[in-house]
Design a protein around this ligand. Structure first.
Ligand code: URA
Length: 210
């Protein structure tokens, strides 16, 4: 991917995102919509995965048919809201290995604090897709990418549902080599670090917590 930021404007993505933003949307619908949108965004983020070909026989004749070149994939969820995006990608790429980065945001400083890190082996050989629905200040996303690079990852992409300009700028400064794919670039952050207009706290909305 060459662009640092890709906003997927597909009508299905935008329609589903509007339903997710609506505060009247139930927890069950929010979760289902997040899974569906994630699949559509994953389609975009995997667009340039290398293909090779394999000789097969259709019922009609032999052919050389395209098939994924077999670059291994690691999907990394930034806890906890990233977990809501795992199933969507795994339905498309069931053989992906899965890692987890646990960071919470200190509500005073807005800085990330690490509490968990577990990644699949051989990150250096894998396309790594880090998932977190909300790219807000970008502090935790940049810290998560730091951890992944420290564990050997070199080919990393970041998949989110909403991005704030502040978060995109932070990521571009810290990790200009990590392309971001999102469904929307929103207006900005409020004083508490929430994305505006946003959709509120993604974790609370998908897990029904407050
Ligand atoms: N995390 C969220 O869940 N929502 C925001 O708006 C910002 C960070």
């Amino acid at each position: 991917m060459s662009d640092h930021l890709t906003v997927v404007k597909h009508p299905l993505v935008q329609h589903k995102l509007t339903l997710m933003r609506d505060k009247g949307t139930s927890t069950a619908s929010f979760r289902r919509l997040l899974r569906e949108i994630t699949q559509l965004l994953a389609y975009e983020i995997t667009r340039e995965m290398p293909l090779t070909s394999r000789a097969i026989e259709t019922p009609m004749e032999e052919m050389e048919a395209p098939i994924l070149a077999g670059k291994k994939l690691a999907l990394v969820s930034i806890l906890r809201a990233g977990n809501g995006m795992l199933d969507g990608v795994l339905e498309l790429i069931p053989s992906a290995r899965v890692g987890f980065v646990g960071l919470y945001r200190d509500e005073e400083t807005l800085q990330p604090v690490q509490y968990y890190f577990k990644a699949p082996d051989g990150l250096n050989d894998r396309l790594v897709i880090a998932v977190d629905p909300m790219l807000a200040t970008g502090n935790s996303s940049a810290a998560a990418i730091d951890l992944l690079k420290g564990a050997g990852a070199t080919d990393i992409r970041f998949l989110c549902l909403l991005a704030a300009p502040e978060g995109v700028a932070r990521m571009k400064e810290a990790h200009p080599d990590v392309p971001i794919v999102t469904a929307s670039l929103d207006r900005g952050l409020n004083e508490k670090g929430y994305i505006m207009p946003g959709l509120g706290d993604a974790g609370d909305r998908m897990f029904g917590t407050k």
